[in-house]
Design a protein around this ligand. Structure first.
Ligand code: FES
Length: 171
């Protein structure tokens, strides 16, 4: 029942708007605080760096397939008379990690039997194309730098050296 000074029931109209104002303020403050706390924990995706140093060219013997960085970086460093190249150790069939079989002079995938020559060219099994390579260069300090953000993605049927001459570092 209304009375003369604007009160209705147990709350006056002024009480109602005061409470509404404080509630709004409280909600705003709450969200601001949440936003502040959230900013203290930024959503950063920690990824390993795309490049890594791989020693000096002289560390690799001609004809060698080095597995030094296979475990850590999934990369083989290969040195030939013509130069050095970095092979991505990922089968182009379904992505397993092949093995280097030195006695047979080939990479062999344990999953479905794909075989690749030392250059990365596929020659047996279901892999549809050669193994990919990464950019390899010599840094300012004379060490090799492999850049995994620059992938030489191979197509079927052609030698990797012919597809991407830049994938070969002449030393
Ligand atoms: S994943 Fe390598 S042959 Fe299938």
């Amino acid at each position: 029942m209304a009375d003369g000074d604007g009160k209705r029931g147990i709350w006056s109209r002024r009480d109602f708007f005061t409470r509404l104002g404080w509630s709004g303020f409280g909600i705003f403050t709450g969200f601001s605080l949440l936003g502040f706390l959230r900013s203290a924990f930024p959503r950063v995706l920690f990824q390993p760096p795309a490049t890594f140093k791989a020693g000096f060219p002289s560390d690799y013997a001609v004809g060698e397939v080095s597995e030094k960085y296979k475990q850590e970086q999934r990369v083989w460093i290969v040195r030939e008379e013509t130069g050095l190249y970095a092979v991505f150790a990922k089968c182009t069939h379904l992505g397993c990690t092949p093995r280097w079989l030195a006695a047979e002079n080939k990479f062999k995938c344990p999953c479905h039997g794909s075989g690749f020559f030392k250059t990365g060219l596929n020659f047996e099994g279901p892999a549809p194309r050669p193994l990919d390579r990464f950019k390899i260069a010599v840094g300012d300090d004379g060490q090799l730098v492999v850049d995994k953000s620059k992938v030489f993605k191979m197509s079927a049927g052609t030698e990797p050296d012919e597809q991407f001459p830049d994938s070969l570092l002449k030393v």
